[in-house]
Design a binder for this molecule. Structure first.
Ligand SMILES: [Fe+2]
Ligand SMILES: [Fe+2]
Length: 262
């Protein structure tokens, strides 16, 4: 199987939300030859320099990523930039194909990224579609924001921060994983107790949640970190690939978090 044939198949997995023109999206090949024959497929959130080295060591022919490799949404390479040049050289040495899988999984009827995160956290309850990459989840059994934070921690999210309510049982969750649009509106909605977001603005959303809790509202903003907030979706993708295409060797690689806390 060629890299481009696998990606075409993966794109069709996301067709259940109706026809969409993806010709102008970021889900394109970022490195290597799309005609390359593949046997080993690595899946991750972000193709960091360390991750590229690890995937290369494992012998990956194709690396499927959710986030950009070159620091802009459409992976436009920065000109005259030494870091970009060094990363280009690293990638050229590997020859590995890198392909982004971002808009397609978010467009699935049940957003694949949100679905994977709900599964990773072991949430039981009801899924509600809202906006693109913004979904709601009503828990059958309430959890406090502290308990939700612990679940992210157990799955590698070591820098989760909570603004607002910490220890009140909550049922109404807004999944704003990554950095989608419309997070403030979700936070304001009286039907939402906790907003889960990858990254956020402290002076606006953080202070809103802090004031809300201090003024007697049940309201929390949980800032998880971008990669840990969405990685469940890519873990789910790797599981689906292993189940559906047993002829390929599939491995999920955790790219870790962008922060060091010293
Ligand atoms: Fe995303
Ligand atoms: Fe993202």
């Amino acid at each position: 199987m060629k890299a481009k044939e696998l990606m075409e198949l993966l794109f069709h997995w996301c067709d259940d939300n109706g026809e969409k023109d993806y010709s102008n999206t970021c889900d394109t090949v970022k490195n290597g030859d799309p005609d390359r024959e593949i046997r080993k497929v690595a899946v991750t959130m972000t193709a960091t320099a360390d991750l590229i080295r690890k995937a290369q060591e494992w012998g990956a022919d194709l690396l499927i990523v959710h986030e950009p490799t070159f620091y802009s949404h459409m992976d436009q390479h920065l000109e005259n930039d030494p870091v970009t040049k060094a990363k280009e050289e690293l990638l050229a040495k590997t020859g590995m194909v890198i392909w982004r899988y971002h808009d397609h999984p978010h467009n699935k009827k049940m957003d694949m990224i949100g679905e994977g995160t709900v599964k990773m956290l072991g949430f039981q309850g009801t899924w509600i579609n809202r906006l693109w990459a913004v979904n709601r989840f009503i828990l059958d059994e309430p959890l406090t924001p502290r308990e939700i934070m612990e679940r992210f921690r157990r799955n590698g999210g070591e820098h989760v921060r909570i603004c607002g309510t910490v220890d009140e049982p909550c049922k109404n969750i807004s999944l704003c994983l990554g950095t989608p649009r419309g997070v403030f509106e979700e936070l304001q909605d009286p039907e939402v107790d906790v907003v889960l977001v990858g990254e956020s603005c402290e002076w606006a959303l953080g202070e809103y949640a802090r004031d809300a809790a201090a003024l007697g509202f049940k309201k929390a903003l949980m800032i998880i970190g971008h990669n840990p907030s969405e990685k469940g979706g890519m873990i789910l993708l790797s599981e689906m690939l292993s189940n559906e295409i047993p002829s390929l060797e599939i491995k999920y690689f955790d790219c870790g978090e962008v922060y060091h806390t010293l």
